[in-house]
Design a protein around this ligand. Sequence first.
Ligand code: NDP
Length: 245
Amino acid sequence: MENIQHKVVIITGASSGIGEATAKLLAEKGAKVVLAARREERLHAIVNEIKASGGEAFAVKADVVSAEDMQNVVKLALGEYGRIDVWVNNAGIMPSSRMNELRVEEWDQMIDVNIKGVLYSIAAVLPVMREQESGHIINLSSTSGYQVSPTSAVYAATKFAVRAISEGLRLEESATSGIRSTLIAPGLTKTELFDSITSPEVQAMANQISGMGISPNGIARAIAFAINEPDDTLISEIMVRPTAL
Ligand code: NDP
């Protein structure tokens, strides 16, 4: 039996892209999936699709910027399934721009969603996993969590931060409480992430390369691999790049 089967998995940002692909793949492999994001209608459509294929899932409308919403996701998941085995910190935005454009509001949004969202999620689920003496937290960084390029400074800063948080969590938890922490670092992936770009310069750059991205299914497979490893095996980092870039 695969280690994924019957696991209760929560995925933030499951209404599109990598989160949606991951929810569908994990449900296909027998996980019970909780899909969280703000666009409720899209979540319900995906849940219906999963159920129609024989999978088990439910949707929770939640904003990762709200610590209360994250607590509520935990409460609902525990109410439905009694435990939480895996939490995938996937929700993210990328309104990239040059620093001198001073898009301070977008810097705030990226810091809120990409960093605080991960921290609020950890704050909600870590006590539950410690109580269970098991669990797995998967954090979506990026190749931008390793390398900065012009226009990516703030987004990259958030993804460097996710890397630090994931590694810190692993160092503190794995040996003591058995909770696994995995960093997933995708390269360019064909999703709606680029829709959040408002800088015309970055939009033009994104339009040139977006077709070269990989399918979100490629990232979903990496996440499934990390979850499926036996409990004594911790996949700490996986980077997945498009062959063409
Ligand atoms: P998408 O835009 O398709 O998905 C992002 C998801 O995040 C959506 O489901 C969105 O749902 C959710 N989201 C955004 N803000 C919030 C919020 N405040 N609260 C809850 N959910 C939120 O992009 P991807 O699938 O590409 O992105 C997934 C992750 O992968 C991100 O962390 C991204 O940084 C990372 N990544 C993506 C790469 C790529 O090239 N696509 C490369 C490297 C990393 P909703 O709007 O309904 O809330």
